[in-house]
Design a protein around this ligand. Sequence first.
Ligand code: 5AD
Length: 446
Amino acid sequence: MTQRFFIETFGCQMNEHDSEKIAGLLAHRGMTPAQNVDEADVFLLNTCSVREKAAQKVYARLGEIKARKRRQSDFIIGVVGCVAQQEGKSLAASAPFVDLVVGTHMYHALPDLVEDVRRYKAPSTRCETQFLKEAAPVEIPRALRQTAFRASVTIMEGCNKRCSFCIVPYTRGRERNRPSDLILEECRRLADEGYVEIVLLGQTVNSYRDLREPRLCFADLLGRVASIPGIRRVRFTSPHPRDFNDDTIRVIGSCENICNQVHLPVQSGSSSVLTRMRRQYSRDWYLELIEKFNACPRPIRFSTDIIVGFPGETEEDFEQTLSLLEKVEFESVFSFKYSPRPHTAAFEWTDDVPEEEKARRLQTLQRLQRNIQTRLHQERYLGRCFEVLVEGLARDGRQRCGRTGSNKVVNFLSNDPPGMFAEVMITHAGPNSLSGSKVQCLQLTF
Ligand code: 5AD
């Protein structure tokens, strides 16, 4: 009987793709994916520790899974990802029913580790959380991807920044770039397989560089991926504002199959908060970067991340963040209440904005953004035609949903299968989504 595995993923797109790589590794070893955890012999929880809440979710989920282990002792439970990396042996100690704890550099070892656990029932948790010294991440032969039209491709891992709130450098290690020839080979193969959209991934994706000949930087790589025949859309996430240069902005502005949407995590609109966050830019510098994108020959749409209630954030600081949202006109904002994370510089500082105040600021910010978004959707989308890449059924189970190049979700009636492009006229624009009808468009909008 072949073993069946099920991977549950919390967190970012990097984690989602890591799960696809792990699935590829296990499938390569002859295991088969299960439809759900009940049908699985091996359960892997891929975890996120970027905020306190995410890390707490892991323990809650493990608590639920524990019951199954009691009933069935040969059920294998593994914890992988950022919580595994960060907590390692202490996770093993507090959840001894977990068989495996595997950190972010060690996924290639998973097939052997799972097999070991199955064969030699070890009395204690196996823990593999070392950081590797190699300049490039270990190559994983073939990911088992969730969709057949959009593919994530890792170009770098880790982070050399030291933002004072952020745990990522401690869970992912230092920057490691993948050789560009291997990236391009993977993208070409994906295009041959029929993928039409590529999402380049890295914790600071735009700091990418391949120091070997021919010395590609991020701008070069973007241009080369975009010119692969069959690749209709290229996205990338997540960039750091500091790592954009004029070349990258020029390539994004001029290359039509690089999506005209850029995620620019600003975190705060106050320069004094930004300094304490160690973001390496000020409010004005960030606004100048936005101006450079706005000077591109086609419109570039922005999204961002915001943290409210960072230590020492005053009401004035917060208002600066609100005014930045009005100024930049982001098309979507991911906003979070600050939570102290172990190992980070800010962990040592007093978390002095009370919880109720953080909640109030978050709510105020989200309300403002909702209004901005509604207005932008009406101004920029309503009554215009967009090319939409169909993803599948909409929530109502009747319409299709897809995305514009600018990454807006659009619902519309059609029979197009996932991976098809449809031209859609937007007839309704709410704060969070758009809907429309399929038409033959004379002129498409970006
Ligand atoms: N508290 C709250 N939000 C955080 N983020 C990262 N670290 C923290 C923290 N300690 C947010 C940032 C980042 C996003 C992925 O998560 O906004 O861009």
